[in-house]
Design a protein around this ligand. Structure first.
Ligand SMILES: Cc1cc2nc3c(=O)[nH]c(=O)nc-3n(C[C@H](O)[C@H](O)[C@H](O)COP(=O)(O)OP(=O)(O)OC[C@H]3O[C@@H](n4cnc5c(N)ncnc54)[C@H](O)[C@@H]3O)c2cc1C
Length: 391
């Protein structure tokens, strides 16, 4: 009898995994809270460039015909009993469970942020929020724009720096850069957390006249006074705030309850991708607490590791990251590293910008698995090198 694989979440990781499993050996079910699959990187284009690309596809067209797609939301996962309960009242059993529920923005964690976000938008929540932010940026006529992440976890770690650099590019095109103060705040000690890429982006920020506020942990926002205050008591005035909200994992009641941390991220073995204490459950992508970037590339590679493990092959996740960083003006670089290899310095150029554009064009195909051999070559060619051990 075919083994039952239940994947909770039909986003990037869940879809890639469903399409990677052997249809002769597994009965695959994807439990998806939403059937609108979104290319989230495209929020940058909508919010900061005013473009209107087609960012949403129907999940039913992305998974293979062997996949049973259930449009419902998991509300409880009992790992002891092997059952997932849904909002619609179903109880789904499984032989293997894969949690791929991603993460969402949660402005309620910062006083004042819900109000500010509702007014000004952001580029990490959804298309509506991204359009709202564009409406403000497009009509901005000078003053202070303050952009930064309000908690250390961020979907796509390059996206905060990309945000400020793309706004700089936009204001130059609009002719309003000279009358705008651009401030980039971050909880980290430097503009980019990983040193190799920081060596690249810090000089660019300086050259573009962006003020950087390191160690700025957002405590609260006062929408009346238009100020962002840090835990240390520093106050930042804004005319236009672009605040990346904190993120949380899916609102699911787990049994046992200690498999999630305080941010509702699933506690996952960093190599085997098994959920803490479980032989039958895995977690992939943004839903996990893996010590690596929250990125589609990670979800992709983790899905492949789980597919191999379920097929009985030896496979471990090496912490690989591979995120593009658009520095504006038609140039980009890549943030590439792994558990063993620290992120290396990589200068931006035009070729990397074209590659980034191409990877965006191939996004939907990458979910279906139709161009897996191309990705295998790409990941091999760009594999980061671990430093040699001292004898
Ligand atoms: C501005 C921006 C730029 C980005 N740039 C890049 C980039 O350059 N490179 C890169 O690799 N990544 C990038 N990303 C990140 C990338 O989009 C995510 O990391 C990726 O989508 C994570 O995949 P996932 O499968 O873990 O989660 P998601 O793709 O978010 O999917 C999670 C799915 O789970 C579903 N779900 C949630 N809760 C439940 C539930 N209770 N029951 C059932 N289903 C549920 C959701 O509806 C969703 O469909 C970017 C993201 C943003 C916002």
């Amino acid at each position: 009898m075919a083994e039952q694989v239940l994947i909770v979440g039909g986003g990037d990781g869940g879809t890639i995994l469903a399409n990677s499993l052997d249809r002769r050996r597994f009965d695959v079910t994807v439990l998806a809270a939403s059937l609108a699959h979104t290319f989230q990187r495209g929020f940058l284009d909508v919010a900061l460039r005013g473009r209107r690309p087609r960012l949403v596809r129907d999940e039913g067209r992305l998974v293979g015909s062997h996949v049973r797609l259930v449009h419902d939301r998991a509300t409880a996962i009992d790992l002891n009993a092997g059952v997932v309960a849904t909002a619609g009242g179903a109880r789904l059993e499984y032989d293997h469970l894969v949690i791929a529920t991603g993460m969402t923005t949660d402005p309620s964690q910062i006083p004042g942020l819900t109000e500010v976000n509702a007014r000004f938008g952001d580029y990490h929540t959804d298309i509506a929020q991204a359009k709202k932010l564009w409406a403000h940026l497009d009509t901005f006529n000078g003053g202070t724009i303050a952009l930064g992440q309000s908690s250390p976890i961020c979907k796509c770690p390059p996206s905060p720096v990309e945000g400020i650099l793309l706004i700089d590019e936009l204001l130059r095109a609009h002719g309003t850069r000279e009358r705008t103060r651009l401030v980039f705040f971050t909880p980290y000690p430097r503009p980019y957390p990983a040193e190799g890429i920081n060596d690249v982006v810090a000089p660019i920020l300086e050259q573009r006249g962006v003020e950087v506020l390191p160690f700025f942990d957002v405590d609260k926002i006062d929408p009346e006074a238009s100020t962002i205050t840090s835990i240390e008591g520093d106050e930042l005035h804004y005319d236009l705030p672009v605040v990346i909200p904190p993120f949380v994992g899916a609102d699911i009641a787990y049994e046992p309850g200690d498999v999630v941390d305080e941010g509702r991220f699933v506690i996952t073995d960093k190599e085997s991708l098994r959920v803490k204490g479980s032989d039958t459950a895995f977690a992939i992508g943004d839903a996990s607490n893996l010590p690596t970037s929250k990125a589609g590339v990670g979800a992709h590679l983790q899905a492949k590791v789980v597919a191999k493990t379920l097929a009985g092959k030896r496979a471990t996740f090496d912490g690989r990251t591979n995120c593009s960083l658009d520095v504006g003006h038609g140039r980009a670089t890549y943030v590439i590293g792994s558990y063993q290899a620290p992120v290396a310095r990589a200068a931006p150029n035009r070729l990397k910008y074209v590659m980034e554009w191409l990877l965006g064009r191939f996004f939907w195909m990458s979910l279906k698995g139709t161009i897996d051999p191309v990705f295998d070559i790409y990941f091999k060619v760009t594999e980061p090198k671990a430093p040699k051990r001292q004898q």
